[in-house]
Ligand binder design. Structure first.
Ligand code: RB5
Length: 155
């Protein structure tokens, strides 16, 4: 798969670990930065970058990291078409894909150990959107995206 990875400084170390592991597993990783842990940067910039890369179709899915995963998920979810989910374990990662069709997975670099994070990402990538009863809810999410654009006069 082609995967976009992005983080702020607080997610940088975990992003580096995951990027290496995912490349070793055969995925193509597009690293959108940030490029070191010592300079403080703003998670909205990187969450939006990952979201835009996914929505553009240039990658299949995205992984976004900050200290908690929360801020970068908020940012990614501002991009129409993004369904970003903050997860903390394998089960939430699997259900984020099966039930919510999450196309961006968000993790907290200050909260998760490397192996828990890798297991969560690996499980999410191996899971499939379940469709069925969930499809109508995904369509309602898409309609919320459209309404946001209308409210801002973009659509
Ligand atoms: C950065 O200090 C931290 O606030 C950020 O990485 C993130 O956890 C926000 O949600």
């Amino acid at each position: 798969m082609r995967l976009a990875l992005g983080s702020d400084h607080a997610g940088y170390d975990l992003k580096t670990f995951l990027a290496r592991a995912l490349r070793e597993a055969g995925h193509v990783v597009v690293d959108l930065g940030t490029n070191d842990a010592t300079h403080s940067v703003d998670y909205p910039d990187f969450g939006a970058a990952v979201g835009r890369e996914v929505v553009s179709g240039r990658v299949d899915l995205g992984v976004a990291l900050c200290g908690t995963g929360i801020g970068i998920a908020m940012a990614a979810n501002k991009i129409a078409g993004v369904r970003a989910a903050v997860v903390h374990d394998v089960t939430s990662a699997r259900l984020a894909r099966e039930h919510n069709h999450a196309n961006v997975l968000c993790l907290g670099g200050r909260l998760l150990g490397t192996e828990v994070a890798l297991d969560a990402v690996t499980t999410w990538l191996a899971s499939e959107p379940a469709g069925g009863r969930h499809l109508g809810r995904i369509e309602k999410l898409a309609r919320l995206d459209e309404r946001l654009d209308e409210e801002k006069g973009i659509a």
